[in-house]
Design a protein around this ligand. Structure first.
Ligand SMILES: Cc1ncc(COP(=O)(O)O)c(C=O)c1O
Length: 394
């Protein structure tokens, strides 16, 4: 298979490790092992007792039970433990899709959620989340797009990069649309536990057998480097994943599974602090945006820790983000990584002081960009043959 480059991952390889200030990533502040040990009460004796046996293909039974209890209504027979949601997504697409299948996907969407299907040779139908509509899913449009030919519907709520989500009623309607035609409803729940205006949505697998959910400790739980994710699906679907996994990763490390089990069994201890910080940070971003209406237009996120504002005064957002990274050492993600060239992904899940410093540097860069744009516009007025290049004005 010939995969296209993953634009977001390329951007992160260029700038994530060099940045002083990260206001581009999509997770909360990461935990250290010391913090984990103290929060979860992990003792050296317990860690020392781990033996590096092979683990089981579907995952350690105690860990599957913990995941099932927290996210799948107690159904541990619906759980496979994976190397992040990334492996889960790869297994789902490769086990369930074939060339020519019709797949309905949100647009914009985290690239892996459509690129794998596209590379397999599926026909993608895009369901837009539009800035002008407050990034709300248009269920009438979804209903028009979903039909007997639909093999799979792929969504992610709360949504990366916009922070949009569904109400419980909208979620039920989407489940109804999928079940009407028997399509798999692939529900990327990477940010499920981070919500601001309503409680987290329930797992769609509680209502629909052909729902397939991906989850992870990388986002809301501050453990991206642990590489621990999962997939919730019908046991016969998990069987199909096993056939693939035998050629891919076999199983996880018992060390990772041990730490993950403790983290999930005490999930609220990790989540609550980070959720509080994210809620506080969201209010800071909200004020910051309100103070500069000409430079930043946005839709306030209702979940996750990303916003996807538009920068109307910046002619070339990619060049702007590169300069911000190289001169100001601030990581911000250009919206082109999600096919939206006038936008940026702004992550607000990190430490509050880092966010404030990052917003300050970003404000300075926006002012400089707008001053130079004005200068450029003046210089170009009267020269209609010379227009700014590189970015689309919206
Ligand atoms: C929507 C979504 N799904 C999955 C992933 C991958 O998560 P993981 O680190 O668990 O592989 C990401 C990472 O950014 C994401 O945003």
């Amino acid at each position: 298979m010939n995969f296209p480059p993953a634009a977001l991952e390329d951007w992160m390889r260029d700038y994530y490790f060099e940045a002083e200030i990260d206001i581009g990533s999509s997770g909360v502040e990461d935990y250290s092992l010391r913090q984990l040990r103290s929060l979860l009460g992990l003792s050296h004796e317990e860690l020392d007792a781990i033996v590096f046996h092979d683990s089981q293909t579907l995952g350690d039974p105690a860990l599957r039970q913990a995941i099932g209890a927290r996210w799948a209504g107690g159904r541990d027979d619906r759980v496979i433990v994976t190397h992040g949601a990334t492996e889960a997504n790869f297994l789902v697409m490769n086990a369930l899709l074939q060339r020519g299948d019709e797949v309905v996907v949100l647009d914009p969407l985290y690239q892996q959620l459509y690129s794998v299907a596209e590379t397999i040779g599926c026909r993608l139908l895009r369901l837009p989340l539009q800035f002008e509509q407050g990034y709300r899913l248009d269920l009438a449009e979804a209903s028009a797009l979903i039909g007997p030919q639909t093999k799979m519907i792929v969504v992610n709520f709360p949504h990366n990069p916009t922070g949009a989500s569904l109400t419980p009623e909208e979620q039920q309607e989407l489940i109804r649309l999928a079940s009407q035609v028997g399509a798999y409803l692939v529900w990327d729940a990477a940010f499920a536990d981070l919500t601001y205006d309503q409680p987290p949505l329930p797992d769609p697998g509680l209502f629909y057998e052909r729902a397939v959910t991906m989850g992870t400790l990388s986002k809301a739980y501050g453990l991206p480097g642990l590489r621990l994710g999962w997939c919730l699906a019908a046991p016969q679907v998990l069987e199909r994943f096993i056939r693939l996994r035998d050629y891919l990763t076999l199983h996880l490390s018992p060390l990772v599974e041990f730490v993950a089990h403790k983290a999930i069994a005490n999930g609220d201890l990790l989540l609550n602090q980070r959720q509080q910080q994210a809620t506080h940070n969201l209010a800071i971003v909200e004020r910051w945006v309100k103070e500069r209406p000409a430079a930043v237009e946005w839709v306030r996120p209702t979940g996750g820790v990303c916003a996807f504002p538009r920068l109307p005064a910046v002619a070339d957002v990619v060049a702007f983000c590169r300069q911000l990274a190289e001169r100001e050492r601030v990581l911000l993600v250009p919206g082109s990584c999600f096919g939206c060239p006038q936008h940026v992904r702004l992550g607000f899940g990190g430490a509050t002081a880092e966010l404030e410093e990052g917003l300050g540097r970003l404000a300075g860069a926006l002012e400089a960009a707008s001053a130079s744009e004005l200068g450029m516009d003046r210089a170009l007025s009267g020269r209609p043959d010379l227009q700014p290049v590189g970015g689309e004005r919206v």
